[in-house]
Ligand binder design. Sequence first.
Ligand SMILES: [Zn+2]
Length: 353
Amino acid sequence: MNRTAVIFSPRYCEHNPGRNHPESAKRFTAIMNELKKDTLSQNRDWRFVEPTKASVEDVKLVHDTEYIKHVRSVCRSGGGLLDLEDTVVSPKSFEVALYAVGGTLKAVDLVMERKFQNAFALVRPPGHHANRFEACGFCIFNNISIPAECLLRKHRLKRIAILDIDAHHGNGTQETFYGTNKVLYVSLHEDPRGFPGTGFVDELGEGEGLGYNVNVPLPFRTGDQVYLRAMKEIAEPILRQYKPQFMLVSAGFDGHYADPVGSLSLSALCYREVCERIMKLASETCEGKLVAVLEGGYSLKFVGRLVAAAILEMSGSRYAVSDSIPKPKKSVRIQGEKIIEEVKKAQRTFWKI
Ligand SMILES: [Zn+2]
């Protein structure tokens, strides 16, 4: 079996939210420049795979028909704002967004068919903020929720885990699966009081979904040490106990200290360790069936290296990463540790942590 599929198409660069928008095609130029370096392209344990285009029916697994029509019509009329803030579309964005969803669906199929051990869907626009009725935070369609629905319906799985490591809370994903125990949503993110306004400790799910929603809202400028502690003491034990049949990861890299959008202070070494731990977890719980989907990551200096390191880790090799490790303020560390304890207390009703 081939090791890692990297889903990518140059089409993803055709979505243009405008000059000076952080979610630009330049991100992909930076990632491709890194992946095309000799040392990386000679590693043939990963390979590029073209995405297919999702159908409107696929998108309807998560989104409302009227919303889908609205996106199409704004694009057809030349583009513009989809929300009240900063989610902008250009004439080709509807098409590109269908390819983003199609890319993640393809990734899941390749892994389910055992053609690849795992896959990284290198897609844009990102997805985890989009909900049933609305675009939000640069996201149009929810690229991670749609394959999760597909795994439940088409592949008849009963336990899917979504681990969200983007710096921001995946409000759209949480909302989609808030009432079900078939999808466990675990998110580590920065203080969500400003944006997106959800992602607090006491959002635990409802009905059958009660206990299947885990939020770890860390203080701004949290560093590697506290972040890794949240992974080890909260995310990992809960995911192990849930025993997912498939793991999806909302892979955002905007928690890096140099990121112009996110407000955490993580180093590249932290990301690589997180990736290593996720790989271990997937191999222990679901025979390594893992699909990572790109979300944020806006530092043009670092995003290429961060993504490359993740892809190499997934394909079983190591990327030589060097980076400085920011030392957060003591007050930030203490506040972070306090939140970890609060999350544990809230989740102990449901999990042994
Ligand atoms: Zn983000």
